[in-house]
Design a protein around this ligand. Structure first.
Ligand code: ATP
Length: 241
């Protein structure tokens, strides 16, 4: 705890059998900061995120969460320690109500039963859309509402580090704005956020402080967003085509 990075990953390698998809990638995430992870399809962004959060085992490297080595821990115990992922594709429990999805998040984060209603009220306040449909099945929500629910469920676990995989994918522009507003607010509250995002304009136009371009499983470019031009990032992403 202190001024060091909240998440400090060094030399992360992730493979599917013999196919190495992420080669010795290192990155640090700081409190109150959004780092964007960009790169073309197949560059290894999702694989890296899954290695960081424990959904995939790493073949090499170390993941430190606030100084503590969590590399060998399963995903659920990383969640309990404050490292939570919002997976690609608006993953929610479709047959459960909005409220019950959120309760699962609260339980995953170790929130006490006695605090449950207060925490739910806070989540509904932050996401009024979810408050309005708290009794509906997640399956009956729109795609944008489901993505808000996925983010809210992750928040319910009380993370300090949030990994978010392509939250804007397939959403109407109004929901893309809502998602980015929500992530900016969380950053302002001190979360360290890693955001996989295809919308390079949005990433450089304000939401991210730092940008990492991944190419064939390696870091091709890394800089503060303010130092990068959209054309440079786009060129770096598409040069490998
Ligand atoms: P996208 O934007 O399409 O999600 P990405 O940058 O997230 O792309 P990954 O999905 O991490 O890229 O894929 C990285 C590499 O790993 C690709 O070559 C992909 O084909 C391969 N890969 C991904 N998932 C698997 C899997 N389950 N089994 C085998 N190979 C996989």
């Amino acid at each position: 705890t202190g001024t060091g990075p909240l998440l400090d990953a060094t030399g992360i390698r992730v493979a599917y059998g013999d196919l190495v998809a992420v080669w010795e990638v290192s990155l640090r995430l700081h409190a109150g900061s959004i780092t964007a992870l960009v790169g073309r399809n197949g560059a290894g962004k999702t694989t890296l995120i899954n290695g960081l959060c424990g959904l995939l085992p790493v073949k090499a490297g170390t993941v430190l969460l606030d100084g503590r080595d969590v590399t060998a821990l399963p995903a659920w115990s990383r969640v309990a320690l404050g490292l939570t992922v919002v997976q690609e594709g608006k993953r929610v429990f479709r047959e459960l109500t909005v409220r019950d999805n959120l309760v699962l998040g609260l339980r995953g984060g170790g929130v006490k039963r006695a605090d449950r209603e207060d925490e739910l009220a806070r989540l509904y306040e932050r996401f009024p859309i979810l408050g309005e449909c708290r009794r509906q099945r997640a399956a009956d929500l729109s795609g944008g509402q489901q993505q808000m629910l996925a983010i809210a469920t992750a928040l319910a676990t009380k993370p300090r580090v949030l990994l978010v995989d392509e939250p804007s994918s397939g959403l109407a522009p109004v929901f893309v704005d809502l998602v980015f507003e929500a992530l900016s607010a969380l950053r302002d509250e001190g979360l360290a956020i890693l955001l996989v995002e295809q919308l390079v304009d949005e990433v450089l136009g304000g939401i991210a402080e730092e940008v990492i371009v991944l190419e064939r499983g390696r870091v091709a470019l890394r800089d503060r967003a303010a130092n990068l031009a959209v054309e440079d990032v786009a060129a770096s992403i598409y040069s490998s085509l």
